[in-house]
Design a protein around this ligand. Structure first.
Ligand code: SAH
Length: 244
């Protein structure tokens, strides 16, 4: 575990959005010891709409700290990131969420990092943005750059999850039947192929390279396992017997 994340929402108008933020956080593992929610003068909170939109993330709402000022919400934090939908007229350079998440992942255990999100209508004021070390902007369609508050937190929280490096590839994580074949096993397979294909007159002995290169490319792409090599060698041996 690295730094603790403080998601700070400034003057949120719609309690439903607060609920959506809690849900987005919990979905991405930003709950419990890892993160908490700070609300700076929310228009209405607690509120039924927040509870409904939070789905099961009630613990984050129950544990939310309600503050009078942004300064109060930032007490004790080391790095402060300000999320802004606007890229022009910002006081300093802006960074995409992935870069910010990588930076946060390097923070030492026990430190606290704030991610500040603005009002639905007007975002964060320049004064508030100047309280931040780093400005975060989620790349968007430049003509339509303002995400819903919950969606903005979702994207950032997802990048934090990925940056923690605890997620193992699910799709494409093939269970292997047997260990990968060794380089020398694969060389023997290619040698066997070449010989058998010549014996059955499939390979032009004048120019075997072309075909063999293509076969190598094909088999190298699939990361052959030992069991698969055995099957292929078995097939070739069966062919060898027939042509003898
Ligand atoms: N109309 C406001 C946008 C408010 S959206 C404006 O022009 O600033 C509410 C909050 O969601 C923003 O203050 C910001 O913190 C966050 N947000 C929305 N879209 C974002 C984006 N593309 N990048 C970073 N933060 C974004």
């Amino acid at each position: 575990m690295s730094a603790k994340i403080r998601v700070v929402l400034v003057e949120t108008s719609h309690p439903g959005n607060i609920g959506a933020v809690a849900r987005a956080m919990k979905n991405m593992g930003l709950d419990g010891e890892r993160a908490s929610l700070y609300l700076v003068t929310p228009r209405r909170f607690p509120h039924e709409d927040a509870t409904v939109r939070a789905s099961g993330a009630i613990d984050l709402l129950d544990g939310a700290a309600v503050c009078e000022t942004l300064d109060e919400a930032l007490v004790g934090t080391t790095l402060v990131f300000g999320a802004s939908a606007r890229t022009r007229s910002l006081p300093w350079p802006i960074h995409p969420p992935r870069e910010c998440a990588a930076k946060i992942a390097l923070e030492p255990d026990g430190s606290e990092v704030a991610l500040v999100f603005g009002r639905e209508r007007s975002g964060l004021t320049n004064e508030e943005l100047e309280r931040c070390n780093t400005l975060l902007h989620i790349p968007t369609n430049p003509e339509f750059s303002s995400l819903n508050l919950g969606a903005a937190v979702q994207v950032v929280a997802y990048e934090l999850l990925m940056a923690r490096g605890e997620v193992h590839k699910e799709a494409g994580n093939v269970e292997r039947d047997s260990p990968l074949a060794s380089a020398d096993d694969i060389e023997r397979l290619f040698g066997h192929f070449e010989k058998t294909l010549k014996d059955i007159d499939f390979l032009d002995p004048e120019n075997p390279r072309h075909m063999m290169r293509r076969l190598r490319r094909l088999f190298n792409r699939v990361e052959l396992e030992q069991v698969e090599i055995n099957i292929l060698r078995g097939i070739l041996t069966a062919v060898d017997k027939k042509v003898k």
